[in-house]
Design a protein around this ligand. Structure first.
Ligand code: SER
Length: 866
């Protein structure tokens, strides 16, 4: 059975049993409690598990095939990849869900029926585990399903599933397949030594609690069911193998890895690990990039970077010294594109991103190997490699400890493992501290917000129709207020939250509090943040809620402008341009997009011209709700990785731009006013950022520029129209003035030299002079020495009043070394330097000692001590 058939069979089985088929969500989860990546099928349903949103399915059951990544956070299988044939960092999870509908008594028999009935798996090879506390499930397996008691085992931690450090959780019951004695000892899944023999294929979680960040558990309103079966594991099992790499897509990708590396599975441990790892990581990187993750040094981007690098490194370890990822990713898109069309749509971006990252890393790899070789070279024979070096290689160059050990051992060195652990613990401590902060506060807020959504439903947003409304206060926490309805747009989709005010009256009169920001507390619940220290209305008060309408209008102009800019960039630069993020405020917009090079001034002008021509058509902006299918059929650009419900808002801005967008917009393009790009910068590899202004922004900018120009013109003394020529003339004048100054200086020096020459005794002048620069002192000394009647000139000055300059110029006929002549004097003024036979210059720090220094020189000459 191919994966595609299994997906269909699983979904059909549950659809026939009243489950709504829900498509996979993206790999970037959205719930505030969510970990880094979507790690299981339940994740997109968290708001239903926690009662934050009403369950939209009738009956409240769902079935899905969810793409998952277990590459960071609580569920992280990265380190096992390649070595284990059972773990994947990307996989598909088949799952059925009940949101307060059926429970254990129905979930357990359905799982059995699907596996042993529909898929024909031998029930005698299945083992069951249940949580120590869960007698009920064990009884259902034994009595209702008929599994012999000796194949039902009870475990503690292994049968308790949690989404992440916080979030829904509950006891679970797992199904294992026995692959037979060749793969391990007897004893069932409870025997840890038999983990290769008894392989988990399905996990039934009975969600009953919510784990708070302080570690405590609170009960969910109703018990729910969340099941997850590994698609790849079942496909492999049906193909008769315990190895996930033996069947279907992963087998195809292993073949591709064999082709590009020239190695074959079974040849040796290192190449086996490499081939499996390349197959696994290729899928993970392809899907992450397609869902909008970009390699970087932070969070998700960092995990993606590590995954790409690891694949490259393992290819390198097998002796491949050419890029391999384009082939691997190309094959992945071929074999998975049918099930995941977004992968095909994003093909160019995925290939370009992965290939560029690979290119950069191949450089790093060479440096890392060199670093390790260098560190090993420096060790005494048999001495251990320091833990700090091993950690640096692990952290910066992504050399796992085992690899460093392997390399080191080949050259007769061990690695200081304790030292490595110390470094690792230090790093972990750092990240744990960061995560703890703010946990408790967040719990209290989330508890309140969830309760409010549970009791009153989401906030009614009336801000598309009106600027102010009468509303009732539902909750107050600190300086934040929740209303039953609100004209305030809560920050989302890059658009900033509205500001405005609330007005109400209480016993002592009229009150008013400014709203300084608006955000979502939990999905659908608008939270108004009041200025610090102002009065807050009490729960139940009826308030007048009004937004600052002119600010909102300015935000709307910039938001619609962002869409036009996105279209203009794609039209001008190509379809690979993809929005990566945006920020829309009242005075400017920021737009981040994928593109591989800086935009030239001509390109920027061309983008501006396109955008402004489009704005000047004053075409209508249509903003309406429709089904997701309809929106996609109209060619709407969806922001990948974003969560969209079944009903979406489409924004058609003029003739070309169609995007999903929930923001607020102007009704016709002309209202955007002029659009001007004010900055274009790089924000990472292949990521650019544009900042632009619209509406009154360009006028304000123009005015500022005009004021600057006026000020400059006034300073130059010409009308603005003549500024260029005027500045040109001034520069010419400056140039000839400089020439003249230089000439005068020389003359002055000569005159001064003449005067000083008159004071020469036996051809020697030792004097203090006034000078602006050190060069002046040197020029003067040289001119002086070259005058008739002078052979030795020693001059000192404090140029511009800072420090000391000492110069000695000596005619060769005197046979005196200039440098030695002033050596002690230079020391006296606290200086250094000053070597040179005929000309020596030095500096010093103590102008107040110049006279003493001059005396030293005089005394030296008088004593003939040179
Ligand atoms: N959430 C559970 C798991 O991931 C069951 O779907 O194993």
């Amino acid at each position: 059975m191919r994966a595609s058939e299994l997906r269909r069979a699983f979904v059909a089985f549950f659809e026939q049993r009243g489950h709504t088929v829900v498509p996979s969500s993206g790999l970037i989860p959205h719930h505030p409690t969510a970990p880094m990546f979507t790690n299981s099928g339940m994740m997109q349903f968290v708001p239903y598990f926690l009662g934050e949103e009403a369950v939209p399915f009738d009956p409240p059951r769902a079935v899905s095939v969810q793409k998952c990544a277990r590459a960071g956070g609580k569920h992280n299988d990265l380190d096992a990849i390649g070595r284990s044939a059972r773990h994947l960092s990307f996989f598909e999870m088949l799952g059925n869900f009940s949101f307060g509908d059926y429970f254990k008594d129905a979930a357990i028999p359905m799982a059995w029926e699907l596996l042993c009935g529909t898929l024909g798996i031998d029930g005698d090879r299945l083992w069951i585990t249940c949580h120590d506390s869960d007698d009920e499930s064990a009884a259902i397996w034994r009595d209702a399903v008929g599994v012999p008691a000796e194949r039902i085992q009870r475990l503690d931690k292994d049968n308790f599933w949690e989404m992440g450090d916080t979030g829904p959780c509950g006891p679970s019951s797992e199904l294992f397949y026995d692959f037979g004695p060749e793969l391990g000892p007897e004893g069932g899944p409870a025997n840890p030594a038999a983990e290769h023999r008894y392989v988990e294929i399905w996990n039934l979680v009975f969600m009953q609690h919510y784990r708070r960040s302080d570690g405590s558990l609170t009960p969910l309103a109703v018990p729910m069911v969340d099941t997850g079966a590994g698609l790849e594991r079942i496909v492999a099992l049906l193909a008769g193998s315990a190895s996930l790499y033996a069947a279907d897509v992963l087998a195809d990708l292993v073949s591709e890895a064999e082709r590009v590396t020239g190695h074959h599975l079974g040849e040796g441990e290192l190449s086996d690990v490499a081939l499996r790892l390349m197959a696994d990581h290729t899928r993970t990187m392809s899907f992450l990039v397609a869902d909008g993750v970009i390699p970087s040094n932070e969070e998700r981007g960092y995990v993606l970077r590590r995954i790409i690098r690891r694949a490259v490194r393992f290819a390198y370890l097998t002796g491949v010294d050419r890029p391999v990822l384009a082939d691997m990713v190309g094959r992945c898109i071929e074999v998975m594109g049918e099930a995941y069309p977004a992968l095909v749509a994003q093909r160019d971006t995925v290939l370009a991103t992965v290939t560029r990252e690979e290119g950069r890393f191949r450089e790093t790899l060479r440096t890392g190997s060199a670093l390790l070789d260098g560190a090993l070279d420096e060790l005494e024979p048999g001495a251990p490699l320091s833990g700090a070096t091993a950690f640096k290689l692990h952290d910066t160059f992504d050399f796992p400890l085992e690899v460093t050990r392997e390399f080191a051992e080949l050259r007769g060195h061990e690695v200081d493992l304790d030292g490595f652990d110390v470094e690792m613990a230090r790093q972990r401590e750092g990240s744990r501290k960061a995560a703890d902060e703010g946990g408790a506060d967040r719990d209290e807020r989330l508890d309140l917000y969830r309760r409010l959504v549970g009791e009153h439903g989401p906030t009614e947003f009336v801000g598309r129709e009106t600027d102010h409304v009468e509303a009732t206060v539902l909750g107050v926490l600190g300086s934040t207020v929740v209303l039953d309805r609100s004209p305030f747009y809560a920050e989302s989709g890059g658009q900033v939250g509205d500001t405005g005010w609330l007005r109400w009256s209480d016993g002592s009169g009229e009150r008013r509090a400014d709203v300084v920001d608006t955000t979502y507390g939990v999905a659908g619940l608008v939270v108004h943040r009041l200025a610090e220290g102002v009065d807050t209305p009490s729960v139940g008060t009826v308030v007048d809620a009004a937004i600052d309408s002119s600010r909102r209008a300015a935000i709307a102009r910039h938001h619609t402008a962002t869409h036009i800019l996105h279209w203009a960039l794609r039209a001008e630069l190509g379809e690979h341009v993809k929005q990566q993020g945006s920020w829309v405020g009242p005075d400017r917009l920021r737009f981040d997009f994928s593109h591989f090079e800086a935009l030239s001034a001509t390109r920027i002008a061309a983008v501006e011209d396109r955008a402004n021509a489009e704005i000047l058509t004053d075409a209508t902006v249509r903003h309406y709700e429709t089904s997701k299918e309809d929106a996609l059929a109209r060619g709407a650009i969806a922001f990948f990785g974003d969560k969209y419900g079944d009903t979406v808002r489409v924004l058609e801005a003029g003739r070309h731009s169609v995007e999903l967008c929930g923001g607020t917009h102007v009704p016709a393009l002309g209202l955007i006013g002029p659009l001007k790009i004010v900055a274009e910068t790089s924000i990472g590899s292949n990521m650019r950022r544009i900042e632009a202004v619209a509406g009154t922004g360009p006028i304000e900018r123009l005015r500022e520029l005009q004021e600057n120009l006026d000020a400059v013109a006034a300073a130059v003394g010409v009308p603005v129209e003549d500024l260029e020529a005027g500045v040109g003339r001034r520069l010419e004048e400056l140039k000839s003035a400089r020439v003249e100054i230089a000439l005068l200086r020389r003359r002055l020096a000569q005159a001064e030299a003449g005067e000083l020459a008159d004071s020469a005794v036996d051809g020697v002048v030792v004097a203090r002079v006034e000078a602006e620069t050190r060069d002046d002192v040197r020029d003067l000394a040289v001119s002086l020495r070259d005058l008739p009647g002078v052979d030795i000139a020693v001059l000192m000055a404090s140029p511009g009043g800072k420090g000391v300059a000492v110069v000695a110029a000596v005619d060769p006929s005197r046979g005196i070394d200039a440098g030695s002549l002033i050596a002690e004097a230079v020391a006296e003024v606290g200086g250094g330097g000053g070597r040179g036979e005929h000309l020596a210059t030095a500096g010093g720090r103590h102008p107040e000692r110049i006279d003493a220094a001059l005396d030293i020189v005089r005394a030296k000459l008088a004593a003939g001590a040179v």
